[in-house]
Design a protein around this ligand. Structure first.
Ligand code: GTP
Ligand code: MG
Length: 180
């Protein structure tokens, strides 16, 4: 008889307001999508259980506010994170340009023992819009950024069409587990 170990993994989702952090989480956890924008205030966490090999894993996903005025919780809860998910909108250049700040701020606040080895994942969201014709950030540009940051895994997603969402979160869970 094998004994299963249950593992709690803490994941922080960061990125500019409106890029689709909450939508990605809702699609992943509840299989729901809403067109309506409702800004996240403070930070919310949801949990999702999944099995990875013989491990039962509980992902505790922290969805944060992209809008500065709603970042009321501060960043103290970055500490103890097992993985950080950075999200941008492939149709909005500014949301890509600010990734640098989110990345840096996370490392500063979470203060992991080995910053170069800490698992990040980048998601380029909203690839469904206009059949991809309105995108302003190329896949290559995003992948180059990931390479420069120490080979961060990159996924292009659509929370609306449920494209690549499960695959991205599985990668996130595995990265977090490896870090644990
Ligand atoms: P904050 O909570 O302010 O940080 O924003 P957020 O990153 O959580 O964005 P949210 O998930 O609330 O999505 C913002 C808007 O984009 C909403 O109107 C969503 O319906 C829409 N949206 C999110 N993901 C997608 C997507 O993949 N495709 C399309 N077409 N729209 C999306
Ligand atoms: Mg939100």
């Amino acid at each position: 008889m094998s004994l299963r170990r249950r593992t709690l993994l803490k994941v922080i989702v960061l990125g500019d307001s409106g890029v689709g952090k909450t939508s990605l989480m809702n699609q992943y956890v509840h299989k729901k999508f809403s067109q309506q924008y409702k800004a996240t205030i403070g930070a919310d966490s949801v949990t999702k259980e999944l099995q990875i090999d013989d491990r039962l894993v509980t992902l505790q996903i922290w969805d944060t506010a992209g809008q500065e005025r709603f970042q009321s919780l501060g960043v103290a809860f970055y500490r103890g994170a097992d993985c950080c998910v950075l999200v941008y909108d492939v149709n909005v250049m500014k949301s890509f340009d600010t990734l640098e700040n989110w990345h840096e701020e996370f490392l500063k606040q979470a203060n992991p023992p080995d910053p170069r080895a800490f698992p990040f994942i980048l998601l380029g969201n909203k690839i469904d819009i206009d059949g991809g014709n309105s995108r302003v950030v190329s896949e290559k540009k995003a992948k180059d950024w990931c390479a420069a940051k120490g080979n961060i895994p990159y996924f292009e997603t659509s929370a609306k069409e449920d494209y690549n969402v499960d695959a991205a979160f599985l990668c996130i869970a595995k990265a977090a587990l490896a870090n644990e």
